[in-house]
Design a protein around this ligand. Structure first.
Ligand code: SOE
Length: 394
């Protein structure tokens, strides 16, 4: 069904309450606002309330982003009768407290990535999600890039065997917003709030997308990390020129082995000058290869190695057809999508899981598994690249 912005949504409401309204909160708000008007859904998300600590700022955010009410205490948000699903868009240090409290209060939960700051927190969250699932509640972690149509198509092609046996998975996720040493010591640069640096912020996406597209989990890693800028201005009203220690990594490189036998390599950094949001994924198999770049997200490159050598080579698939993943409801072919649509698709998949009672993917268990990989990377880097096995679900 093509997108009809005038069609009224008729399905019963699913009240959403969101905690946090910065970058991720804005992206999630966009998803919640749009999803019921684009896709045919069994429930209609209603933007019930948003929560933040500053009363004036959260009221302004509610008005700007389309939320019906504002709260200043996340416990009050969870307790609201019109909130059936709690969307956690705060820094990682509060994910566990909010998500577990929401699940225990009988609410469905969507939690931004990485699931938590530590494996112990992620284990507690996965346990709460398991108990909640028995009561029919859904808990999903927000690895939104799975919902990029081209990456969803890549996964489908790998699962269909179009690449044959996958031998290499190569992921880099490069940004440059920390090149400038004058960039202040924001929460993403402090271990106590963010857990880790580029590793948790970008590496969590990289690991999830590699495993998701390949359909196989990392069995272990060998890693190096680096913090190039060791001190940064404190900012936030501190005396000018006062510096504080950066307690997370700027960059991480690691290699690993997937259960399917493929070798995987990863490079994640926030100091790659000129690279803004370059998530690049390539897989090479016995029958062909696939390549993707988030900065050209409507395209997927495919090399079919079964073709005659003289005629083969990478060709560009324009991923805008109605039979490509997620595109049945959007624009006519050739009219591409953007970053924000991944959040609309994420909301669509979660609403279906809530309505059907099926376990959403990626689940909190999946988020915990990624957290274990991140911890293995840190452990291996701490031992200067020793191969560190990952404990995976049986
Ligand atoms: C910041 O580096 C960031 O916003 C990540 O936290 C997001 O998950 C990613 O989608 C874009 O970059």
């Amino acid at each position: 069904m093509p997108y009809d912005s005038t069609a009224p949504a008729t399905a019963p409401p699913l009240g959403v309450g969101m905690v946090g309204y910065a970058f991720m909160g804005q992206a999630h708000s966009q998803g919640w606002r749009t999803v019921g008007r684009v896709f045919d859904l069994p429930l209609t998300p209603a933007l019930a309330a948003v929560c933040g600590r500053d009363p004036a700022a959260v009221r302004a955010a509610a008005a700007r982003l389309g939320w019906a009410a504002a709260e200043t205490d996340w416990r009050a948000l969870i307790a609201r009768d019109d909130v059936h699903l709690v969307d956690v868009c705060t820094p990682g240090d509060s994910h566990a407290d909010i998500a577990i409290a929401a699940l225990e209060a009988g609410k469905h939960v969507l939690c931004e990535k990485p699931l938590a700051n530590t494996v112990a927190e992620a284990e507690a969250m996965a346990a709460a999600a398991r108990a909640a699932r028995e009561r029919g509640q859904a808990a999903m972690v927000g690895f939104n890039y799975r919902r990029t149509p081209a990456l969803a198509l890549a996964r489908r092609m790998v699962a269909e065997g179009r690449l044959g046996e996958v031998r290499h998975v190569r992921v880099s996720y490069l940004q440059d917003w920390l090149v400038d040493p004058a960039f202040p010591l924001a929460w993403r640069l402090r271990k106590e709030t963010a857990g880790s640096g580029a590793l948790g912020d970008l590496g969590a996406h990289a690991v999830d997308i590699a495993q998701h597209v390949a359909g196989s989990l990392l069995a272990g890693v060998s890693a190096q990390t680096e913090t190039f800028v060791k001190e940064r201005p404190l900012g936030d009203g501190a005396p000018e020129g006062e510096l504080g220690a950066v307690t997370v990594d700027d960059a991480a490189v690691f290699t690993g082995r997937l259960g399917c036998g493929a070798l995987a390599s990863f490079e994640v950094t926030r100091v790659a000058a000129g690279r803004k949001n370059a998530l690049r994924v390539e897989l090479n198999g016995t029958l062909g290869s696939l390549a993707f770049d988030l900065e050209r997200l409507n395209e997927l490159e495919f090399h079919d190695h079964t073709q005659a050598a003289g005629e083969s080579g990478f060709r560009r698939i324009l991923v805008t057809e109605h039979d490509h993943p997620y595109l049945e409801a959007w624009w006519p072919p050739g009219h591409g999508l953007g970053y924000e649509h991944t959040f609309t698709h994420q909301a669509r998949d979660l609403v279906h899981a809530v309505a059907t009672g099926e376990r959403p993917a990626p689940s909190f268990e999946d988020g915990l598994q990624v957290q274990r990989v991140l911890a293995a990377v840190e452990e291996s880097a701490g031992k200067n690249c020793v191969y560190t096995p990952v404990e995976n679900p049986a």
